[in-house]
Ligand binder design. Sequence first.
Ligand SMILES: Cc1cc2nc3c(=O)[nH]c(=O)nc-3n(C[C@H](O)[C@H](O)[C@H](O)COP(=O)(O)O)c2cc1C
Length: 171
Amino acid sequence: MKVLTAYFSHNGENYFSGKIVDVEVGNTAIVAKKIEEMTGCDLFEIRREKPYPHGYRDCVNEARDEFVSSARPKLAETTDVSPYDVIILGYPNWCGTMPAPVFTFLEGGDFSGKKILPLCTNEGSGLARSVSDIAKCCKDAVVGEGLSVKGGNAADCDGGLRAWLKENGVL
Ligand SMILES: Cc1cc2nc3c(=O)[nH]c(=O)nc-3n(C[C@H](O)[C@H](O)[C@H](O)COP(=O)(O)O)c2cc1C
């Protein structure tokens, strides 16, 4: 079984545990790299061609505009998912669903017959609408049970992460 972890993550300023922090590695990237280490899967970072602003408020404003207009921004690069049986899809919860570049990634690929495992870091809203949005984008894929990780716990989520990977047969 071949597994790909494809993830989007925003570094720079973010808001968690009640304050604005400036991070070099985003929460979802931390978890995605743990999955790579645990499973030996391939890793692909979904990046918007035009990076999001570094500042938290500017980033939130741009993300909100994209959400409201259902934007599908261009990606810096894409990858062929055809060799993979399972795609672990990592993303932060933005506005109750996935960031716009993740929609671009899903709508631009052929996920038929693939199993997609949603992995969402967030500040408390959990997976929200993201799982049903993934299913809408990838009608012929099987969307498995998602894992929600509190962003501030990203560096410390090994136990729950390992259990989820085991339940889904990728560890
Ligand atoms: C533009 C934006 C929108 C967000 N919207 C939500 C939200 O609706 N619900 C929530 O729980 N967290 C929300 N968050 C918090 C992020 O989901 C959380 O900090 C996440 O762990 C960030 O992951 P990252 O560092 O990989 O980008 C938002 C953050 C940003 C920057």
